[in-house]
Write a protein that binds this ligand. Structure first.
Ligand SMILES: [Zn+2]
Length: 280
């Protein structure tokens, strides 16, 4: 009897795990939008866990910047980014409903770094270096910000952590995160490594390009800004400043071609969108 109960329980557990795996494997984090992004994603960890760990590493980043006196929280450049973020964010609901509950944040760090990120759950970071050295227009900032937000919408970070977990590269993320604050920071940084340090796949980049393009167009920013920003990035890479952005956003030669091919899908959205009055 005991043995039968054991096997019955075991079967129930196996079925539950199989269902969970199926559910995980079939996850698709966003609606396709006008640009038609549609791909099943393999997920082994919950959004809330990844968002929580990413927030810990984001707060650490901001704390370090504040200690070094390079955290910018006011002034023209910060305000400029805030206007663009506030125009882009409402359109994320085109792709998923829950972003209205995200705790969106914006960080500007004064450093000669050619980079920008958006951590899972809507935590945006820009460096003054990328804006100054590439002399970015508002359309181009919107293109970069839209692209980064798109990585968060598609939960590419969660997907990459899941892949690492499947390969046993990250062990017991959830369990370690439940421990003392110090170990949560260390796991947060481990998660950040997969989210920000390792290069994105070509697929993830194409998805972020497409969704970012649509977000910018809907927010009234000229989608052609995405093309000019990549041209600037490629030019900077040939010069003396190698953009950090390119180490995590591999740029194939086909990128500008793909963006150009998507223009007919987003131009009508741009045409009817209210335009920002303060465009630079
Ligand atoms: Zn990217």
């Amino acid at each position: 009897m005991v043995a039968r109960r054991y096997w019955r329980q075991r079967l129930r557990l196996t079925l539950a795990l199989a269902t969970l795996t199926l559910l995980s494997a079939c996850a698709n984090t966003t609606r396709p939008g006008a640009v038609g992004v549609n791909r099943s994603q393999f997920m082994m960890i919950s959004s809330s866990e990844v968002n929580r760990l990413s927030a810990i590493s984001y707060n650490e980043q901001n704390k370090k910047a504040k200690d070094k006196n390079v955290l910018v929280t006011s002034g023209p450049m910060y305000e400029r980014l805030k206007v663009i973020a506030n125009r882009l964010i409402p359109h994320t609901q085109e792709f998923r409903d829950d972003t209205r509950d995200w705790d969106w944040q914006l960080t500007l760090i004064d450093a000669p770094v050619l980079n920008a990120t958006c951590a899972p759950g809507g935590k945006i970071t820009f460096y003054t270096g990328i804006i100054n050295q590439l002399n970015l227009s508002d359309d181009e900032i919107a293109a970069i910000m839209g692209h980064e937000i798109a990585h968060a919408l598609r939960e590419h970070g969660r997907e990459r952590v899941s892949q690492a977990m499947a390969q046993n590269l990250v062990v017991n993320v959830a369990m370690a995160a439940a421990g003392p604050y110090g170990s949560a920071v260390s796991v947060g940084n481990q998660v950040a490594h997969y989210v920000f340090v390792l290069p994105n796949s070509r697929d993830n980049e194409s998805e972020a390009d497409a969704i970012g393009l649509e977000l910018a167009a809907r927010a009234g920013y000229n989608p052609m800004g995405a093309v000019s920003v990549w041209e600037k990035m490629i030019k900077a890479n040939k010069g003396k400043s190698s953009p950090e952005f390119l180490s995590t956003h591999p740029s194939g030669e086909t990128r500008i071609e793909q963006l150009t091919a998507l223009m007919p899908a987003v131009e009508p959205l741009y045409k009817v969108a209210p335009k920002p009055s303060t465009n630079k």
